[in-house]
Design a protein around this ligand. Sequence first.
Ligand SMILES: Cc1ncc(COP(=O)(O)O)c(C=O)c1O
Length: 468
Amino acid sequence: MPDIHPGPQPGFAEAHGGPVQVFYRKAGAPRLPTVARAEGIYMWDTEGRRYIDASSGPVVSNIGHGNARVIEAMVAQARKVAFASRAVFENEPNTQLADLLTGLAGPGLEQAFFVSGGSEATEAAIKLARQYAVSIGESGRWKVIGRDPGYHGSSLGALSVTGDPVAQRAFGAMMQTMPKAPAPFTYRLPANHDADSYARHCAAALDAIIRSEGPETVLAFIMEPVGGLATGALVAPDHYYAAVREVCDRHGVLLIYDEVMSGAGRTGTFLAADHWPGARPDLVTLAKGIAAGYTPMGAVLAPNRIVDPVVAAGGFMHGHTYAANPLSCAVGYAVVSEMLDRSLMANAESMGALLRSRLLELQAGSAILGDVRGKGLLMAVEIVGDRETKAILPAQRQAVYRIMDLGIERGLLLYSRRTANGQYGEWLMISPPLIVTPAEIEEIVGRLGDTLAAYEKELRADGVIGKR
Ligand SMILES: Cc1ncc(COP(=O)(O)O)c(C=O)c1O
């Protein structure tokens, strides 16, 4: 056989700063360590260096790494049947996981549909909402309002409801961009507002947008109940959730909670929605934590009252090849069972409280730690140039990325992406696996303190912040 693809030439990888087969890195980005193995909340690279995973990767590894029960379930299911077409077979892991998750989600979310990840969960949720509207004779409803900023995934449908001006500039021409309501930030606020009044303003803005768009054209409002990366673990004042629910009800608009990051126990309850029981959403998306990084997986939870008319009208028109995949569902079942058996939601609550108090102590001695926020183990710290004025650091410093690099040098793994090039501020997620212990919290906070101190030193040396 002729060698039609000889592969990369010797030295090509070195010359291009990394492997040639992947193209997700930026030009000139420093070479990343190569992961060798992981266990609990620690990871090791191929040079033998150890790192503490303070963010669960991109807030995914909820039960930590190398979990034996999950690996055994994965192997056992793979031996039985890894894949079976949904067109031909029902599969037990699919129905078992659906029972487990809808049981945990409680009344009003009785049905589940499993997909391949968070972006696809967004796609599936907004398509289900649309088919529901059509099935009940409201086919004029198609607009899905998102929040600015917000994040619901990177496929084009998910991007259309994502509030991100940078993605909008790049892909806006290719998609049906949806209206956006302001996110109820609590730290950096417009003049003449406190967090409470701004949250009221944001709920009123949603109402105003629905009216100006024409309520009969608005299908749904999608939001992260506890923010992810886009807002840095934003938690709105309680009254915001009730106000949003009331606005949606008044206009016949479905409320979708994107719980891709906040769900599966991360905030101390199975759904973040459980913190506001009087303001339940109509649809919920999940991903990340339900399979905790052991397999690509997402889900939409929906009530009978929405699913039944869609099924009666011919069925849900969605389903990628890997929907309801037996192997993924078996893994998800083992992950969620592990979370329940080890009481990890309660641990998320208590370790979240410890983490918050230790981060607040860190903040007291820091010139650049502007805000500490979040719920349970979905926490973030906001980085500023001046704690008094809340001024943002100069954009060219790319502060959070530099802090991430300094963290890696100190064996600390953090997670961030500068939303909208930092126009709303910049933050780092501090969201360790839910198995974290008090000693590990101390280690995370200790390493974070060293990392922030090193960064402050750089800023002082460059005259960006004043000398002490
Ligand atoms: C809130 C939220 N929604 C959706 C997504 C998209 O999920 P995925 O990356 O699995 O497609 C993410 C990913 O970070 C997220 O945080």
